[in-house]
Design a protein around this ligand. Structure first.
Ligand SMILES: [Zn+2]
Length: 146
């Protein structure tokens, strides 16, 4: 069995977009190098792009625990075109002061992939659980859809 190079092993915050792409995408064909999508780990739907990473409160990556004690490693993205949003915005237990949140689900299979955050001024970003996103290389071995 081939060991996939998981996105979660990369230094998400420190590396440039190009460095991450070089690490996770084989250089066999030009098309693969242009694919900077990240995909749902359940169904393979494209969710966001590496170059949508954005720094929020000083970092593009944050580790938080929810009130139940479950730890999430999340990456911040300006956009996540493959996510649907669910429930109403709330600021209870928010991890980002000044932002309220609601759930971000895979638009295709409805898996919980993270949260969408909105400030009182209306700016918005996605905090996506890095373990629930897969790279183009991993997706190549994915049994699901293309
Ligand atoms: Zn999905």
């Amino acid at each position: 069995m081939t060991q996939p190079i998981a996105f979660k092993w990369l230094n998400f915050d420190r590396l440039s977009d190009e460095e991450i792409q070089n690490l996770i995408i084989p250089k066999h064909s030009p098309e693969e190098n242009e694919d900077d999508n990240l995909y749902c780990f359940i169904c393979g739907q494209a969710v966001t792009k590496i170059h949508y990473r954005t720094s929020i409160q000083g970092s593009r990556e944050h580790t938080f625990a929810n009130p139940a004690g479950i730890v999430f490693r999340i990456g911040c993205f300006r956009n996540a075109f493959g996510c649907a949003q669910a429930s109403d915005f709330t600021d209870s237990f928010t991890w980002f002061p000044g932002y309220s949140w609601r759930y971000a689900l895979c638009a295709d299979c409805q898996t919980h992939l993270g949260w969408v955050y909105r400030s009182s001024e209306g700016s918005q970003f996605y905090g996506l659980i890095l373990d629930r996103l897969i790279s183009p290389r991993e997706k190549k071995e994915f049994p699901g859809k293309n």
